[in-house]
Ligand binder design. Structure first.
Ligand SMILES: Cc1cc2nc3c(=O)[nH]c(=O)nc-3n(C[C@H](O)[C@H](O)[C@H](O)COP(=O)(O)OP(=O)(O)OC[C@H]3O[C@@H](n4cnc5c(N)ncnc54)[C@H](O)[C@@H]3O)c2cc1C
Length: 507
């Protein structure tokens, strides 16, 4: 079935980035397509820590920028980062106007938390450690009350329809069958790629579907090799893994193994070292055959259950009482710094296609994201995409050609391949083997094809970066290269590179 949106843009994704874009476009009509009911199955709703903004009297955007650039390890886009971080206080005010209730002191001032690698207290939170839930609940309510926003739930975007590098529509899969939305403006806001890995903190549906949509449309990607692994995800059989926030280590919890040995005690910064350093230490200790635990039993009299209600509940659901027992943890894929290459207005290299939120690569995060900068980026850039779109004159709409319908995606076959080759530690042989295994899946027309396409692009980008930088750690290239550079990649290029690696079949 083809449905003409009457010139309304289509936003794919109902997390923070998609909702902010839709609300900022109001009263302009917009169609918001989301796989899950609005606000569900979005990383945004799971965010615990908060949203970074330089609101303190001792803080300003230049200090926030310095911390962001240090975390990004040489490849942030400084101009874009400066602009996004300068917009943070206004974004907090905007979220407040949209109905988000941030935690405040008795005088009504917003409370500011401290997180690793931030030099000032600047983490704005809601409901203690339930920030994402508070934000998404308020924005979903607001979107429901906004007549210009038509929400199309239980619809999965499967392909962009593109004619001469220009968007003409979106093919969606719904319970009633394929649905084509004819439109000349599309925003991809589909979140991250954690679901491509065996262990991840992301909702299972976050497996790079937006990257697959854009890649098949011919769009350019940037910095795809940079995947952040969170060092302390709850090690349980559930998928995704629940996150045990850095704030618990911030309060004094330590990492120990099954013998009670505090294996990070002699590392600089110990448990409060940067996220990638802790993730590598935990990964290596596990690879040496140990189990790893976060011990939060003795936090100087702190009432753990009261300070961390969400985390305590998550642990207890898994049968662990953090007050009396060490918490089993492991690293898990958490955040994708790379994604669809966009300019400051969120424009991609395809006409009529924008991207924002985690799926986009603005250059803010470089090789490693500073904690709590991602909700900020989604909120700020969602608004900027709306402005950029609104400023663009309507183009002559073209009829979308009938697309080829597509099988539903399933990343299960890709997870073991990507996890062993493109996890916390990588090397050439492992990455080459993964490219060889992913290529046939990517070019077949089957459930694993789109996830394998995204996995293959990550692997090719990782193979090309012969250095260790930020979250990208190569055991065969442990140091920085002499010059810091960002990377770009298109699907054609990745497929050609993979073909060269795959041995010809022997007759
Ligand atoms: C456990 C956890 C804790 C975090 N804590 C923090 C934190 O404290 N601070 C911080 O700044 N960041 C945090 N992050 C990161 C941050 O939450 C995300 O980067 C950010 O919320 C991404 O927002 P988004 O709107 O881009 O994507 P999401 O919020 O993931 O939304 C994506 C949306 O797209 C939909 N979708 C996906 N594919 C399709 C498709 N094909 N068709 C239709 N719909 C589709 C999904 O259903 C979802 O609605 C955390 C992440 C996790 C997983």
């Amino acid at each position: 079935m083809v449905h003409d949106t009457d010139g309304a843009p289509v936003i794919i994704g109902g997390g923070l980035a998609g909702l902010m874009t839709a609300l900022a476009l109001a009263p302009q009509p917009v169609v918001l397509v989301t796989r899950a009911p609005l606000g569900c199955e979005a990383s945004s709703a799971l965010a615990q820590g908060g949203i970074a903004a330089s609101l303190g009297a001792d803080d300003d955007a230049s200090l926030h920028l310095a911390d962001t650039l240090a975390a990004g390890d040489g490849i942030c886009d400084q101009n874009v980062a400066a602009a996004i971080l300068a917009a943070a206080p206004a974004a907090i005010a905007q979220l407040t106007r949209l109905g988000v209730t941030f935690d405040r002191d008795a005088d009504g001032n917003i409370l500011l938390g401290l997180e690793a690698a931030h030099s000032r207290r600047r983490i704005v939170h809601a409901g203690g450690d339930a920030t994402g839930r508070g934000i998404i609940r308020a924005l979903a309510r607001k979107a429901g009350e906004t007549p210009s926003i038509t929400v199309c739930e239980a619809a999965t975007a499967r392909r962009l329809i593109v004619d001469d590098n220009t968007v003409t529509g979106v093919l969606c899969q719904t319970a009633q069958g394929p649905l084509v939305l004819a439109t000349d403006r599309v925003v991809i806001a589909t979140g991250g790629v954690g679901g491509l890995f065996l262990h991840s903190t992301n909702p299972a549906g976050s497996f790079g579907q937006g990257i697959a949509l854009a890649a098949h449309a011919g769009a350019e990607m940037a910095d795809l090799e940079f995947v952040q692994f969170h060092p302390t995800a709850l090690d349980s059989s559930s998928y995704p893994q629940k996150l045990i926030s850095e704030a618990v280590r911030g309060e004094g919890a330590i990492l120990v193994d099954e013998h009670g040995d505090r294996f990070m005690a002699h590392e600089p910064g110990a448990e409060l070292a940067p996220r990638d350093v802790v993730a590598r230490a935990v990964w290596r200790h596990m690879a040496a055959g140990h189990r790893v635990f976060l011990d939060a039993r003795n936090l100087g009299g702190l009432d753990v259950a009261r300070r961390f209600p969400t985390i305590t509940a998550l642990c207890r659901e898994a049968g662990i009482d953090p007050v009396t027992q060490p918490i089993p943890i492991r690293p898990a894929a958490h955040y994708h710094m790379g994604g669809i290459a966009v300019d400051r207005g969120g424009r991609t290299s395809v006409d009529g296609l924008w991207a924002c939120g985690e799926v986009a690569c603005t250059g803010l995060h470089g090789a490693n994201r500073l904690a709590s900068n991602s909700l900020l980026e989604a909120a700020v850039c969602g608004g900027w995409v709306a402005q950029d779109m609104a400023a663009m004159a309507a183009s002559r709409r073209r009829q979308p050609r009938t697309p080829v319908s597509n099988v539903a995606s399933d990343p299960a076959a890709v997870r073991p391949i990507l996890s062993s080759a493109a996890g916390v530690l990588r090397d050439r042989d492992g990455l080459r083997a993964a490219a060889g295994a992913l290529y046939p899946l990517a070019v077949a027309r089957e459930a694993a094809s789109d996830p394998a396409t995204v996995g293959l692009m990550i692997v090719i980008a990782a193979l090309r970066r012969n250095e260790s930088r930020g979250a990208h750690a190569r055991s065969d290239f442990p140091n920085h290269a002499n010059s810091a550079r960002r990377s770009t990649l298109r699907l054609d290029d990745a497929l050609a590179a993979a073909r060269d690696l795959v041995p010809e079949p022997v007759n």
